[in-house]
Design a protein around this ligand. Structure first.
Ligand code: PNS
Length: 194
């Protein structure tokens, strides 16, 4: 079911996932040690946090890597996002927060990591993620992409929707960590009538 050799797509029943993680994949993971979880994280959601917790059980070190991309006009600066993530992961052993610019594969090389973690929420995520994974492999064939599934209750959560719903007065308290909610309240005016 799972190809530990190139990139891994975990699908199927809970039993299948457990079986997979305990046989080939654990060997593969333990040989790697460091995972990089890259993204914009503007802001961190409970979906991201759920993935970080899951990855932390599989790798010695998890490097959450915030992309420095001012072109995207983010709501929070890179340092604000790093601070928020650091505050939210402080209870998870082995997790570090970094930022990077330029190519992800170059960052991976600098930190001596081979595994990229990406969360897949729905089939619609897959096409873009496949392209990125294959491009990264083209750029550096020793970099492997591992797709992880978040808890089902977060499969519809994205940073973009969280910001939109919050701006319009919707309740996002279940979708983001409390510290992120506080920062949203401090940063974003809520629309009148919301
Ligand atoms: O959370 P996002 O915005 O979907 O994360 C996208 C990210 C940061 C993983 C991706 O844009 C990225 O890796 N950017 C770095 C530039 C790069 O390496 N591009 C070529 C590989 S596709």
């Amino acid at each position: 079911m799972v190809a530990a050799s190139n990139f891994t797509f975990i699908i199927g029943s809970r039993d299948l996932i457990v079986k997979t993680l305990t046989i080939e994949t654990m060997l593969f993971f333990s040989a790697m040690g460091i995972a990089v979880y890259p993204g914009s994280f503007d802001p961190l959601t409970n979906g991201h946090l759920d993935i970080i917790r899951r990855v932390s059980h599989l790798f010695d070190r998890v490097l959450v890597a915030v992309l420095e991309n001012e072109g995207k006009s983010p709501l929070f600066s890179v340092s604000e996002r790093k601070e928020l993530i650091a505050a939210c992961v402080s209870d998870i052993p082995g997790v570090e927060v970094h930022s990077f610019s330029g190519l992800l594969v170059d960052f991976m090389q600098r930190v001596n990591a081979r595994a990229v973690i990406r969360g897949i929420r729905a089939v619609s995520d897959y096409e873009y993620e496949l392209q990125m994974a294959l491009m990264n492999r083209e750029l550096n064939s020793s970099v492997e992409t591992i797709f992880m599934l978040p808890a089902v209750e977060y499969t519809y959560v994205s940073s973009r929707l969280v910001k939109e719903v919050f701006r319009l007065g919707g309740d996002v308290a279940r979708l983001v960590p409390p510290k992120v909610l506080e920062s949203l309240k401090a940063r974003l005016p809520v629309a009148a009538g919301g």
